[in-house]
Design a protein around this ligand. Structure first.
Ligand code: ADP
Length: 703
């Protein structure tokens, strides 16, 4: 097949040439979206088609001007835009016809300069129009002297107009997009920088700096406004070479000026010419225009940003927009610094308080991380003063401290609790664990070491005195017994002797109890072995039976022989239940009932001693296990006792790693429950346990 394009006859056919040109135009002009490249390609195509220099003028509708692009380097060519205002015949272009323009006569002058640069006296201008809404896209200027010579361009104009319009449109969209992106990026940078810094001075500096940058101003200031006192104080100025005295004056207080006006009104003001504004305060004589923007927070003006320029009318709507956006951000940042400063002040105050108190204070988050440790706690816990523990897991900070052990236990229960804990500094603390909905846990620990030592001394004194009282008491008992045998003692004397015997008996019990308590508190050895609850309770019942019989009371127990055995010291267990059963008999009116039962709870055995006696009121229940505490009421008045029994019982139960509980109603009776561990293989293998009381298990005795 012959090459059509190479055939001279066919190739010179004008119709074929027109088609070839239209094809070339649509492929080459649509290859780019850059209006300058499209215009240059079009100029080249037109120059080639008409065989003469060509210049393409593209219309910039945004700025009402024509932008010339030549097909090649032209000497004397200027790509100065041709403003449409200077082009009175623009309406002629709208009919879409080509016209001949003479360099001599055409206006504006830039247009004639263009024709001359093409090296010709006249040129044909072909408008690039679209049949549709936009009448003119641009024009092609060809160095021809006859309108008919542009014929080869028929069929290209439409394609060229579409390509150029698309490219211009595309460029505009890209321009808008990139402007928006730049603005967003700018705002982000402002945000980042402003919010990064919590120092107020730095925020002011950044704000003023950004204000100058975005408005291309020559000088900028930031003044803080106190609405309550209507006082505006300059905080910072940038770009001025001002007399320090003047700035000093401005820093102190200003009651006038444009910024002050804006502070009062809360509205931005743009002053294109400062010379006509009577409120204007001159910082520099070269300044011509001014803009002040209020910085608001919660509808209150807190500052004013002012920018100034050496040019008249230097600030556009865009600048207003940018500075207002900056003001919004600065408002947030200034407010944040204020809040931050307040928070820092509060924290410092709080730290001072925490630092000054001798109690140990710790706050632990719900995630078990340290929120706060005061200096007293740091020192008692032997933590490094210069290390930051906040944010670290409590368990890592304290490792195997008894405080952490207690915390884990109490946290698992989820209830406030008080424990005595001995810390690494050797002191015993009264530790108060309180759950807090917002914080997690607050631990306040009070040093009770001194009290503990006094307590210890008291216990020792009581033990010694009690011990020393034993001997004279024995002598007294002996002589009373001798006297009782003496037949010369009359009836009255016998009554006195009975009273003496009772009193000696009470004293002996008191001394025994005191000595026992002192022994338990000093620490004792429990001979732990598997003990049958049924047998042990049986023994206690036997001990109590005479007393029960005197009062005609029913004494029963419901403990099966096959109940698991308790891990305990048999003698001490008997002591515990003797006490509880005897109390039940003592504090129950005649013919009452005492019932002992047992039930298993996992690896614990709970034994209950239940009576239908006088009962104990809730306030008394709370104190019943205290040393020497006795309930004072009419029913109990005639009942003898020392108030030591339950205190000893509680300590013994806890020494067995058990718990004691009480349920009681006045007039209905009481149930004391003792929960004790069930014997395991190990408890049988390791029978002796040293039970020096551990803090946290033993409450101090108020002896
Ligand atoms: P006391 O030597 O006075 O019996 P305890 O320490 O054993 O001392 O008991 C303290 C107080 O508790 C008693 O004085 C009594 O008021 C009360 N109490 C103990 N057991 C019972 C009970 N089963 N029923 C009613 N009150 C009781």
């Amino acid at each position: 097949m012959p090459d059509v394009t190479q055939s001279p006859t066919i190739a010179s056919n004008p119709e074929i040439q027109r088609l070839r040109l239209a094809h070339e135009a649509s492929t080459r002009l649509n290859a780019s979206t850059d209006p300058v490249i499209v215009a240059r390609e079009l100029a080249r195509l037109a120059a080639k088609a008409c065989d003469c220099p060509a210049v393409v003028l593209r219309l910039d509708t945004e700025n009402d001007r024509l932008l010339p692009v030549p097909d090649r380097e032209l000497t004397g060519f200027s790509d100065e835009p041709i403003l449409l205002d200077d082009f009175p015949n623009i309406a002629d272009w709208f009919d879409g016809t080509a016209r001949l323009l003479h360099a001599e006569t055409v206006t504006p002058r830039s247009f004639s300069a263009l024709i001359r640069a093409m090296g010709v006296p006249s040129a044909v201008a072909v408008p690039l129009t679209l049949t549709g809404s936009i009448p003119l896209i641009g024009a092609i200027l060809l160095a021809l002297d006859n309108v008919s010579q542009v014929k080869p361009l028929n069929g290209v104009i439409e394609v060229a107009a579409v390509a150029l319009r698309n490219a211009i449109h595309h460029a505009r969209v890209v321009e808008q997009l990139s402007a928006k992106t730049r603005e967003l990026d700018l705002q982000r940078r402002i945000d980042r920088e402003l919010n990064d810094k919590m120092k107020q001075d730095r925020i002011f500096e950044l704000t003023v700096d950004w204000a100058m940058r975005v408005s291309l101003a020559h000088g900028a200031t930031l003044a803080l406004y106190d609405q309550n006192n209507d006082a505006l104080r300059y905080a910072l100025d940038l770009g001025y070479d001002v007399d320090p005295a003047k700035i000093d004056m401005l820093r102190h207080e200003v009651g006038s000026g444009i910024a002050h006006r804006v502070a009062r009104s809360g509205h931005t003001e743009v002053i294109p010419d400062v010379s006509v504004d009577q409120d204007y305060i001159e910082l520099n004589s070269a300044i011509k225009s001014h803009m002040s923007v209020p910085v608001m927070r919660d509808d209150v003006v807190i500052a004013v940003i002012s920018v100034e320029s050496r040019r008249l009318n230097a600030f556009s709507d865009d600048h207003v927009d940018m500075i207002e956006k900056l003001a919004t951000r600065a408002g947030v940042a200034i407010d944040n610094t204020r809040l931050y400063a307040d928070a820092v002040r509060e924290r410092e105050k709080y730290s001072l308080i925490l630092g000054a108190i001798s109690d140990l204070v710790l706050a632990i988050g719900p995630d078990e991380r340290v929120i706060q440790i005061n200096p007293a706690a740091m020192s008692a816990l032997r933590l490094y003063a210069d290390r930051e523990y906040v944010g670290e897991p409590f368990g890592t900070v304290l490792e195997e401290s008894p405080l952490h052990e207690a915390f884990k236990r109490i946290k698992a229960m989820g209830q406030p609790a008080i424990e005595e804990i001995r810390l690494a500094d050797g002191h015993v603390y009264h530790a108060n664990f309180t759950p807090h909905p917002q914080i997690g846990w607050i631990i306040v620990m009070h040093d009770i070491n001194e009290f503990k030592q006094m307590d210890q001394m008291k216990s020792e004194l009581v033990a010694t005195v009690s011990h020393d009282l034993r001997q004279p008491l024995m002598v007294m008992t002996g002589y009373v017994d001798l006297l009782a045998l003496n037949s010369s003692v009359d009836e009255r004397g016998e009554r006195y002797l009975k009273m003496l015997t009772r009193s000696i008996h009470t004293m002996r019990r008191l001394i025994e109890d005191l000595l026992d308590l002192a022994k338990i508190e000093r620490g004792m050895q429990l001979n732990i072995e598997p003990v049958s609850a049924a047998k042990m309770i049986e023994e206690c019942m036997e001990n109590a039976r005479p007393a029960a019989d005197v009062k005609q009371m029913t004494l029963t127990h419901e403990i099966a022989d096959d109940m698991p055995k308790i891990a305990g010291d048999a003698n001490r267990l008997v002591q515990i239940f003797n006490n509880l059963i005897m109390n039940a008999i003592k504090y129950t009116p005649p013919e009452g009932k005492v019932r002992v039962w047992a039930e298993q709870h996992d690896n614990m055995l709970r034994i209950g001693v239940q009576d239908n006696g006088v009962g104990i009121s809730p306030p008394d229940q709370a104190r019943i296990f205290e040393v020497f505490y006795r309930v004072r009421n009419a029913e109990n008045e005639s009942i003898e006792g020392t108030g030591l029994g339950l205190a000893i019982v509680k300590r013994l139960v806890e020494a067995h790693k058990g718990q004691i509980g009480l349920e009681s109603r006045i007039g209905q009776g009481s149930t004391f429950t003792v929960t004790l561990p069930i014997a395991s293989a190990e408890s049988a293998a390791a029978p002796v346990i040293d039970l020096t009381p551990t803090e946290g298990q033993t409450k101090s005795a108020d002896l």
